[in-house]
Design a protein around this ligand. Structure first.
Ligand SMILES: *Cc1c(COP(=O)(O)O)cnc(C)c1O
Length: 380
């Protein structure tokens, strides 16, 4: 018996598994596993969505013109060099489909966002992984992976799940050093959260090069993850290529309307930035003070490193926290099984996480005890 067989590179994909959202038995669940904003969407976006309800029998305008114009006005960009998509995942997929084929390579870094591997394989290409240094992308390592066959280098800046970032000077060096046949895709999904002066989202590099594209999303700080709206900004020739292959109505009328309204609400965005600026350092300090490792993050989440001591591992912590309704993200699929990723939540969620982690560290054997035991064992 025969049946239709997908291409081998499709069968090589491990399907993306989103963070879990349930905590069976817990009285209240705090979902801190998907980097969603605790502030929710702008009320203006919700109102725009409601207003759209009467019009959903109609197809959207196919080029997302109104949305591209609103984005262009807000960020000072040419709407003709913007493409909108069903989340930035849609744009990443279009980029791979347009530029990567069989025998071509897509390069990304060791702990880079998993979508890059998925879209490279989905397009029929070969993923090539550049090692990182201190859980941070390494420009020289990325450049070292580039060959004649490389079509795209993907860089999440800041990166998910590590939260680390490359300063503008390093990303500029990457853009400058890449051969001109290679497209550099800068995924700036968390750009709005970054308050570092040495950070640049990618706009300047798109403007300076013919082979750089930036992707952005309404899923994170704008709080519209459920509506699936993202966008890309790039050279006209890249946007034209993507427009040839995108599905004709890839952004819903509801998503466009909500995103346009969300862009108009500066106060809501400022509140989300301020909330993160307050709680990201607080969580980082409090959790580090418990003796856990915390990667330095500039985004709205942190990667927490747990000891390897039985009883104190990331898997143990995951079970412990989940039983208390605190749902974090296990990131073993990223090659970081010793870590959990925590999204900055509302004040009560953040305080509960720190309390629960303190309790976890108290109830389990302390790493010092375990170390002493191990040493006693070794010496005795
Ligand atoms: C969340 C995220 C995205 C955005 O995904 P959408 O499809 O826009 O919801 C893109 N890149 C990274 C690194 C992310 O973490």
């Amino acid at each position: 018996m025969t049946r239709p067989i997908p291409r081998p590179s499709v069968l090589a994909i491990d399907a993306y598994v989103p963070g879990k959202s349930a905590a069976p038995g817990a009285a209240r669940v705090y979902k801190l596993s998907a980097n969603e904003t605790p502030l929710g969407p702008s009320p203006r976006a919700v109102e725009a969505l409601r207003d759209m309800a009467d019009h959903i029998a109609l197809y959207p305008e196919g080029s997302s013109r109104a949305l591209r114009e609103a984005i262009g006005a807000r960020y000072g960009l040419d709407p003709d060099r913007i493409i909108a998509g069903a989340g930035s995942d849609d744009i990443l997929e279009l980029l791979a489909l347009a530029y990567v084929g069989p025998r071509d390579e897509g390069v990304y870094s060791q702990y880079g966002f998993l979508e890059y591997k998925i879209v490279t394989l989905a397009a029929g290409g070969t993923p090539v992984v550049a090692p990182e240094t201190n859980y941070t992308a390494d420009v020289d390592a990325l450049l070292g992976c580039v060959s004649e066959r490389t079509k795209i280098v993907f860089l999440a800046n800041p990166n998910n799940p590590t939260g680390t970032f490359l300063p503008a000077s390093e990303v500029a060096r990457l853009a400058r050093s890449l051969p001109s046949h290679v497209l550099l895709v800068i995924d700036a999904a968390y750009a709005e959260y970054v308050l570092r002066e040495d950070y640049e989202s990618g706009v300047a590099l798109v403007d300076a090069h013919d082979n750089v594209v930036m992707t952005r999303t309404f899923s994170k700080i704008f709080g519209l993850a459920g509506l699936r709206v993202g966008w890309g900004y790039g050279p006209a020739h890249v946007i034209a290529a993507l427009n040839r292959i995108r599905s004709p109505f890839n952004v819903s009328s509801a998503g466009s309307a909500a995103a346009i309204a969300a862009l108009s609400d500066r106060a809501h965005l400022d509140a989300a930035v301020a909330h993160n600026a307050r709680w990201l350092p607080w969580l980082t300090q409090e959790i580090a003070a418990l003796g856990l490792g915390v990667l330095p993050s500039v985004a709205n989440f942190i990667a927490i490193r747990f000891p390897e001591t039985p009883g104190l591992t990331a898997a143990d912590a995951d079970r412990f926290l989940t039983s208390r309704g605190l749902v974090l993200r296990a990131i073993g699929a990223y090659g970081m099984p010793g870590f959990l990723r925590l999204t900055v939540g509302a004040q009560d969620a953040n305080e509960r996480v720190v309390e629960a982690l303190a309790e976890f560290m108290r109830t389990a054997p302390s790493p010092h005890d375990a170390q002493r035991d191990a040493q006693a064992h070794a010496h005795g």
